[in-house]
Design a protein around this ligand. Structure first.
Ligand code: GLU
Length: 444
């Protein structure tokens, strides 16, 4: 069975880059009738926080990405210890005792002589006795995985053939002095135990992947297919800016970005497919094609997204938008939606218009009572229809020398409390005579 996972570290809010990784894993999983797992990478107890974990889950649900199973790395430490012991016994993992300053000095010395800063494996020469002595003197070891010297090659789902010569990387630290398991090993143990078939993540993980392929082999595990997405850059292509790099889903929600708009956008940028609005995530699944992604940097255009989100309100179908309505839902009819959709660009605004038309409208007592009263007296004495507005305006214009634009502005403000909105000719039909009179009467 095909199985994919999204593996966030709950050390902060979900940002747009990681959200895209989640989405692409989700879409590929569902496209190939697979399983989508949520794995919480919380081995860093100091930085991980349950609040962030909950927020990440909320964001995924908000976007319609429901996971089929869930696992937390913090609950799998015993398993990691078992595998660590096994790898030590096979001499694939070795204890090291250099402290950070020592490693730093080594790195500086290498760099100053033009050498790449690769760990010199000095601790590998320690005898068992020396190791025991260090430990009994209170020194705590960290552990490194011994990288076999070879060229690691894989066929990347996004980048094509990838090659990494292990001579260019240090043996990775997999357990820290304080016993904390580093992602490099823990992730492979999980991917192997949970039989993950495809790993899609950012290109910043390419070197990790090469190293992890050796760890998969050391564990005699099936190596998942790997795909590395290009990272997102600003619109000018100039590297991942701080602003976009840290743009959180929470922040986008505050900007009233709708999940359909965001997922429609993020599922297609960086690929050869066009960005189009979808009504449901199922439509995105059908269209999804991992082969359409390429190595070129993915440009994230925040302004485009905002405009696209406005278009969403003009194009989205009635049933989809109805699911998002939480107040005065009974009044949210197709007729209302067709009437209002070109005037709104957020759910809050839809709620506001439902309230203006059907709810408890608040009338500002400071309005000009004389003008209100005058307009009321000009209201045509006939049932309201599509001609009422022009008749009303004509009645007013006959009696007062005011610009039409001012009259429209006043009436709109008296009836809705707003300076813009749908055409008054339709609005007054929606409101009905009773509400119009209530709002123009000066004694309320
Ligand atoms: N927790 C890792 C990260 O957020 C997961 C990377 C992966 O998908 O393997 O970078």
């Amino acid at each position: 069975m095909n199985k994919l996972r999204f593996a966030p570290s709950p050390t902060g809010n979900l940002h747009v880059g990681n959200f895209r990784t989640a989405l692409i894993n989700y879409l590929l999983a569902k496209k190939i009738s697979g399983h989508f797992m949520l794995r919480i990478d919380d081995t860093d107890i100091e930085r991980s926080n349950l609040i962030y974990e909950e927020q990440i889950k909320k964001d995924l649900v908000w976007a319609g990405m429901n996971w089929d199973s869930e696992v937390k790395q913090s609950q799998r430490i015993n398993k990691y210890k078992e595998v660590l012991d096994l790898l030590i016994s096979k001499q694939l993992v070795y204890p090291c005792f250099e402290d950070p300053e020592e490693l730093n000095l080594k790195r500086k010395a290498q760099l100053s002589t033009g050498k790449p800063p690769i760990y010199d494996r000095k601790s590998l020469n320690l005898t068992d006795k020396e190791i025991e002595e260090k430990i009994s003197n209170g020194k705590k070891p960290h552990y490194r995985f011994f990288l076999k010297s070879e060229k690691i090659i894989w066929d990347d789902l996004v980048r094509g053939e990838c090659v990494l010569d292990t001579a260019s990387v240090s043996d990775p630290i997999i357990v820290r002095e304080d016993g904390r398991f580093i992602y490099t090993l823990a992730s492979v143990i999980d991917d192997s135990d949970f039989k993950i078939t495809h790993i899609i993540r950012g290109e910043d993980h390419v070197t990790n992947s090469a190293v992890q392929i050796q760890i998969f082999k050391a564990l005699n595990s099936q190596i998942p297919q790997m795909g590395h997405l290009s990272l997102m850059t600003d619109i000018d292509g100039g590297g991942l800016s701080k602003r976009i790099g840290s743009l959180s889903i929470d922040e986008l929600k505050k900007q009233n970005i709708e999940p359909q708009a965001l997922t429609s956008y993020l599922a297609k940028i960086g690929s050869s497919q066009n960005v189009e609005l979808h009504n449901s995530i199922n439509q995105l699944i059908n269209e999804f094609d991992i082969n359409s992604f390429n190595k070129a940097p993915t440009k994230f255009d925040h302004e485009f997204l905002k405009n696209f989100n406005v278009k969403f309100f003009h194009l989205i179908n009635f049933n989809t938008i109805k699911e998002r309505i939480t107040e005065n839902k009974a009044y949210f009819t197709e007729e209302f939606w067709d009437f209002i959709k070109t005037n709104v660009s957020s759910i809050d605004q839809i709620h506001e218009w439902l309230d203006i038309l059907y709810g408890n409208f608040y009338i500002d007592k400071n309005y000009d009572f004389e003008t209100k009263n005058f307009y009321l007296n000009c209201f045509p004495d006939q049932p309201i229809d599509h001609l009422t507005w022009s008749k009303w305006l004509e009645n007013i214009s006959l009696k007062v020398n005011d610009k039409k634009i001012n009259i429209v502005k006043n009436i709109r403000a008296f009836l809705t409390g707003k300076s813009s909105g749908p055409e008054l000719s339709s609005l007054i039909i929606f409101l009905g005579k009773e509400k119009i009179f209530q709002r123009l009467k000066t004694d309320n």
